[in-house]
Design a binder for this molecule. Sequence first.
Ligand code: 5GP
Ligand code: MN
Length: 335
Amino acid sequence: MFTSSEISEIQKLLTPSHKIVIITHYNPDGDAVGSSLGLKHFLKQKGLEADVIVPNDFPKFLKWMPEAKQIIIADYKRKQAGEAIYNADVIFVLDFNASHRSGNLVGPWLEKARAKKILIDHHQQPDAFDYVYSDVTIPATSQMIYHFIQELNEENLVNKDIAECLYTGIMTDTGGFRFRSTSATTHRIVANLIEKGADPAMITSNTWDTNTVSRLHLLALILSRIEVVKDGKVAILWLKREELKEFGFQKGDTEGFVNYGLSIMGTQVAAFFMEDLYDDFIKISFRSKEDVDVNQFSRKYFNGGGHINAAGGKYMKTIEETIVDFKEKIEQEDF
Ligand code: 5GP
Ligand code: MN
């Protein structure tokens, strides 16, 4: 939560004379897009305009959200994005904890921007911003946007557009209301969002019933060679660039693949290694159960971070070397 004096300062910043920008992280996911658009629609209800800027493109299955098409993708619209950030009076920083997570293009712009910066995020160890609302116990930044609206005492302004966006963010970041930090409060908020017009069946279908045959074939390939090590406690999945190309990889196609590793009885950690489509690095996703902390593990060995049970990283070796190194590190871990 913000303190009450912070909230009144923020309320004063939110005026039509101020230019407002909302920024989220590189490779935006459902919570990133949902929280950003949810906040934009809320500001609209207050009579304010805001630009949502994302560093790079996001999956097609998120583009059904109200006004997703108006999002400025900095990769494609450098000038417009750069000027908006430069000219902003207020910047909301959503669903990430450090400027560099918004990428090599937007990150430095964000650092240099003269705007007042307001962070709302649920990742560990946030950097300093002018105003910080950080809570790692909340499963989605979209839920935090709802709490922010409550703190402003403006729940009455929540409409269908806001509800759909926040519902999507909460649904995706909790894996369909299942992951560990999903709470009674989460469900109460979700109930409110449904009452305000969010349609669970429509949102689920738009977001998740979006498989293509080639994506399912890619999934079949990865599942066919899943490997389990460390007495069945660690599952390993991997994909090579050539395979991504062969199956006509589209952004978002591998989302959720890592979770299959955790669905195996007895696993504590799942790791998914994927060669980047263009550059020579390996993108890694880690997932874990209970108290096994993949955030620390990824920070320590794989140049990454995230949450206790969901983290990512980047490694500059070949995929074979990366997996060898991973197996060695994981054996040293105590779980
Ligand atoms: P995913 O595996 O879905 O890409 O990421 C899981 C979580 O880890 C997300 O919350 C994401 O923000 C975080 N994450 C992913 N990649 C990185 C990274 O390279 N560095 C850091 N610090 N966090 C990451
Ligand atoms: Mn999130």
